[in-house]
Write a protein that binds this ligand. Structure first.
Ligand code: PHE
Length: 345
């Protein structure tokens, strides 16, 4: 009986002597096993009642050796691990060591394209004018020649704020036209980039939030030809010097006449065929001569001044530029998606 107990002690002694915890984690499991409150030695101590009386003294000495060895191995390992840690700390304190590279962030594709557009228009004298996303009915609709019962209101599904039907999330950046015209005098030459909202079903092709760049130019003798030339300049800067544009008649309550501008993408590649639904033409923006009613609503003398306005959708250009197939990806902030634009400026 006693022999097998002594044999057990020897086995554990060997075990402890050959143990060499290498890191804080291993050291902690060693500590729990041999020195913790429920350690294996305690269980051995309990066996003293089974040791024959003549060998109880031997048993006590063996157990002491076991305990001291367990502690010594622990102390040694602790010291080794700590001094290795200090070496590491010394390396970190080395002031001549080259720095750790910082992870470089990436611009959101919408921001890249928005900045491109702002850049192009600022080169021909347009200044950026930003305004609120929570608008009132007057600036978003009424001032823009869209009275209460005007059927054009059905064109844009609006998010109204619950506390007041007067407040809404702007459905277009054209509201900034009204903000600027009521507070400044012509000549006016602004672009207004920003986020807009529409109560639409979210799908791969449309979202309930997106971005536009609004343009407004008001002065004496501003003509349709001025608008066309400005937009041609924009298209050629944006899509390349050979880019062709076409204006198709359209309708907006705040411009008369109104048009939509397409750029020629061609039908050679599958990508452009898909993008242009086989026509070769990509719809890029809405535009027109500012309706005299809008000028009058905003306190500008329509018999003296005229102007043009345009609104460009940003997401579509970003999707086309980076070959993004689903607009929802632009709003999900998935870091794996956004990282791909690291190289973009
Ligand atoms: N506000 C129009 C839209 O959101 C775009 C536009 C702006 C059209 C200015 C003409 C002039 O669709």
């Amino acid at each position: 009986m006693s022999d097998s107990i002594f044999a057990k002690i020897d086995t554990i002694l060997d075990e402890i002597k050959s143990a060499s915890p290498q890191d804080p984690e291993q050291l902690e499991s060693y500590r729990i096993k041999y020195l913790g409150s429920k350690n294996v030695l305690k269980a051995l101590f309990g066996l003293i009642k089974d040791v024959e009386p003549a060998r109880k003294k031997d048993f006590g000495m063996k157990m002491n050796e076991l305990k001291q060895t367990a502690q010594a191995v622990f102390d040694n390992s602790l010291e080794t691990i700590e001094s290795a840690g200090n070496d590491q700390a010394r390396v970190e304190m080395d002031r001549t060591r080259p720095g750790y590279p910082l992870e470089v962030g990436a611009r959101h594709p919408v921001s890249v394209v928005l900045n491109d557009m702002v850049d192009i228009f600022s080169r021909i004298g347009f200044v950026v004018s930003e305004d609120r996303e929570i608008e009132d009915d007057w600036h978003n609709f009424t001032a823009m020649n869209t009275p209460e019962d005007h059927p054009a209101r059905d064109m844009q599904d609006t998010f109204y704020l619950t506390n007041s039907i007067e407040n809404l999330l702007r459905t277009h950046t054209s509201s900034v036209q009204a903000r600027v015209m009521t507070t400044s005098k012509p000549p006016i030459r602004i672009i207004a980039p920003g986020r807009v909202y529409r109560n639409e079903t979210v799908s791969a092709r449309s979202h309930c939030q997106f971005h536009q760049v609004e343009g407004l130019y008001i002065d004496k003798n501003v003509s349709f030809a001025d608008m066309k030339q400005t937009l041609l300049f924009f298209a050629q800067e944006m899509y390349g010097p050979q880019t062709k544009i076409r204006l198709r008649p359209s309708y907006f309550p705040f411009t008369e006449p109104s048009a939509e501008m397409d750029v020629w993408m061609g039908t050679e590649t599958e990508k452009t065929r898909k993008l242009t639904k086989g026509t070769g033409w990509l719809e890029v923006l809405g535009c027109g001569m500012v309706d005299p009613n809008v000028l009058t609503n905003c306190g500008i003398d329509a018999s003296v001044y005229s102007g043009f306005a345009f609104g460009i959708g940003i997401e579509r250009s970003a999707m086309q530029k980076y070959d993004i197939g689903d607009i929802r990806q632009l709003f999900e902030n998935d870091i794996r998606f956004l990282k791909q634009f690291q190289a973009a400026h």
